[in-house]
Write a protein that binds this ligand. Structure first.
Ligand SMILES: [Zn+2]
Length: 142
């Protein structure tokens, strides 16, 4: 447990899967990365391009992230890219946070409306990166 507002990367990273993804210890299909946030494909997608957006620093809850405005600007970038590649403007967002105890936001196109194959990670990551590059907001480091 972490006190509200604490950013305890030192104790969290040892056991946290998302901290290990940030550290490069666990591979992920990275969609977007900047100094503060990372977006990657969910390994159990509900629809094609289902993406998780996380702060690189360990926060237990989305609501603990100090600069929530910049966080949700990144969430919106991913949602806009999903609108472009999925064939539907209906992009859903979920914030729950009970499975992995590191703040994360889900964005995914409406499962009954999206085009493409949800398990085709290679194609979906390329499509998303391309859509983001066309917005000139991409910054992948891998
Ligand atoms: Zn973590």
């Amino acid at each position: 447990m972490y006190p509200i507002g604490m950013n305890d990367t030192s104790t969290a990273s040892a056991s946290c899967i998302f901290c290990k993804i940030v550290a490069g210890e666990i591979p992920a299909h990275k969609v977007y990365e900047d100094d503060t946030y990372l977006a990657f494909l969910d390994i159990r997608p509900l629809s094609p391009g289902h993406t998780l957006i996380i702060p690189k620093a360990h926060y237990r809850w989305v609501w603990d992230v100090e600069d929530i405005g910049s966080y949700f600007e990144v969430v919106r970038k991913i949602a806009k890219a999903l609108q472009k590649i999925s064939g539907t403007d209906e992009v859903h967002m979920k914030v729950i946070g009970e499975e992995i105890e590191h703040a994360h936001v889900w964005v995914f196109p409406a499962p009954d409306k999206a085009h493409g194959k949800k398990d085709d990670f290679a194609a979906n990551v390329v499509a998303l990166r391309s859509a983001l590059a066309n917005e000139q907001v991409i910054n992948i480091r891998c």
